[in-house]
Design a protein around this ligand. Structure first.
Ligand code: SF4
Ligand code: SF4
Length: 187
């Protein structure tokens, strides 16, 4: 008898739920905005002149509890420079089949190269390769006035000027040729 009453109570909950308004009724036709602090897809950021902030240090990869990040650093040269300082991230990948969105990688990054956007982009697919994002999908797009690396650092500046945020100039014409940057360091 007790089990019968328990079953009736269970069906009562189910029956009552049938008449409640579903929260996801209009998804995916209508996508509500995510919360401001939402941990969405990552982004690799640039300095105002277009140089990449990532220095290929791998600290984000070491911090990741899901082993979702793969980084291969390489040396900048004066002829081919992608970031201020000695090193840049030549290969950078995030495996979204592994990522749990914890944000520890962002906290570990010493240059604020890595941040998370609000975009969740429905990170699902029917194959593994398309969920491993490389620099082509992670690097922030060039903004107006930025110059696509490789190019030299701003005249008279050091890598520390970039890290301190004192290099604020941009290439005014969005010149994408090598050596086209006209950024300047603030004193
Ligand atoms: S958000 Fe967390 S799980 Fe995802 S790549 Fe960063 S550290 Fe790894
Ligand atoms: S994203 Fe940050 S922590 Fe990761 S390799 Fe680049 S500079 Fe280092």
């Amino acid at each position: 008898m007790t089990r019968f009453l328990d079953s009736l109570a269970g069906f009562g909950v189910t029956f009552g739920t049938m008449f409640k308004k579903p929260n996801t009724e209009f998804y995916p036709e209508q996508k509500p905005p995510t919360a401001p602090g939402y941990h969405g897809r990552h982004q690799l950021n640039r300095y105002p002149d277009g140089l990449e902030k990532c220095i290929g240090c791998e600290l984000c990869a070491w911090a990741c509890p899901a082993d979702a990040i793969y980084v291969e650093g390489a040396d900048n040269t004066e002829a081919e420079r992608y970031s201020p300082g000695e090193r840049y991230g030549r290969v950078y990948q995030i495996n979204y089949l592994r990522c749990i969105g914890c944000g520890l990688c962002v906290e570990a990054c010493p240059t604020r190269a890595l941040t998370m956007t609000n975009s969740f982009e429905e990170l699902a697919d029917d194959n593994r390769a398309d969920l491993i994002f490389g620099k082509d999908r992670l690097l922030a797009p060039l903004q107006a006035g930025m110059t696509a690396p490789p190019h030299p650092m701003a005249p008279g500046s050091t890598d520390e000027d970039y890290y301190r945020g004192t290099v604020t100039g941009t290439a005014p014409n969005g010149d994408t040729s090598e050596g086209g940057a006209t950024a300047g360091a603030q004193s």
